[in-house]
Design a protein around this ligand. Sequence first.
Ligand code: NAG
Ligand code: NAG
Ligand code: NAG
Ligand code: NAG
Length: 413
Amino acid sequence: MPLPSRTIPGASRSLVWAVTLAGLLALSWASPAPLARPGVSRVASLSTDFGVRVFREVAAASGERNVAFSPYGVASVLAMLQMAAAGETRRQIQDSMAFSLDEWGTPRALRWLQKALTDPRNKDVVDTADALFVQRDLELSPGFMPHFHRVFRQTVKQVNFTESEEARRIINSWVQDRTKGMIQDFLPEGTLDHMTRLVLVNAIHFKGLWNLPFPEAATRERLFHKLDGSTLSVPMMEQTAKCNYGEFSSPAGVEYDVIELPYQGETLSMLIAAPFELDTPLSALTNIIDSQLVAEWKRNMTEVTRLLVLPKFSLESEADLRGPLETLGMKDMFDARKANFSSLSDQESLFVAQALQKVKIDVNESGTEASSATAVIIYARMAPLEIVMDRPFLFLVRHNPTGKSAFHRITES
Ligand SMILES: *[C@@H]1O[C@H](CO)[C@@H](O)[C@H](O)[C@H]1NC(C)=O
Ligand SMILES: *[C@@H]1O[C@H](CO)[C@@H](O)[C@H](O)[C@H]1NC(C)=O
Ligand SMILES: *[C@@H]1O[C@H](CO)[C@@H](O)[C@H](O)[C@H]1NC(C)=O
Ligand SMILES: *[C@@H]1O[C@H](CO)[C@@H](O)[C@H](O)[C@H]1NC(C)=O
């Protein structure tokens, strides 16, 4: 029976999957040897699922706008932050991530995971790097530096945040370098100042060539259907190819299909999922995705021949991770009064001032190039703490020698 050709109407609303490449898709694939080790695959799926939970919050906050996100990037940075934290702050991070760096085998599993992603035999080039930039004269707790190096195989880089523009230039050029120029000016002006003590960064660069490239001559303008019913003319690539394909139904009854496009080397692939109905919001899928579901897609897909039509696109997106991380239960680290980073330094009270991620992705006939940079910026607490009288207040004027008072009430300005 000839198979019907099927375009992927939701595909460019599904860009959200594309950038989960380095975190999610590699893990749905059982072949890289290190991932077959039980400890490693457990940490791999826990950190992926943590990243995906953050992604879900980011997606929910973005409404129906396109979102590109790197779960691996956020999981890497939060793993570093977990090591710096202590007490309740650390417990909140561990609870949200569902794993602890203190558990036997976790640090090694994280290293294996990074190795599996960046294995040159993958052919798809994935590069990921972590860095910790710290104020030159910040006194670190004894033991932090060796412990950090043991787990992340990185040295701590010293900068002087008093010269904040120079510090910003150093960090941004590290990011630009690690993302092969895709992400420039990562930290915007004014992000760092003399109260900055520490910046934790993860950078990922991915460049994969399709196993079966799309012929350039076949690309033409076609209509793309937006969720609100309107249409847009965009360049779409097409080819007839054998690919893995499956039709699924969410627990809420939303029907959708999934297509797998492998990159050369076949260790990594792009999975594209789209609801059948044009007016189904993509949150129907973002709300259910996790590493287990992706593994199940993989198991249930079969090889079919299809006419594949996929938009060629470029997307840049930025996310403020503070709200999402707080929603997931990591509140104390952002609170100057409650944050506890004494594992890193007990000389100063530190707290997280900002957490952000920037992602860029290009998909064209020959393949995909994507980069992400994720950072957490830690400040020293300003002393003294502010007291802001921004609500109705009562004041009294007391005459000290007599102890007489006059009361006043201010309820509006
Ligand atoms: C931070 O956590 C450590 C370890 O649990 C604890 O000893 C210390 O008192 C905490 N510091 C603050 C300021 O809460
Ligand atoms: C950082 O820079 C400021 C301003 O140039 C300078 O006064 C200070 O000594 C520097 N601190 C360190 C630790 O290098
Ligand atoms: C995959 O197939 C199995 C067996 O046919 C089925 O029980 C399961 O629900 C399928 N999974 C999905 C996500 O549809
Ligand atoms: C696709 O993009 C890559 C970089 O992202 C570029 O090197 C390549 O030339 C592009 N190919 C086509 C066919 O446009």
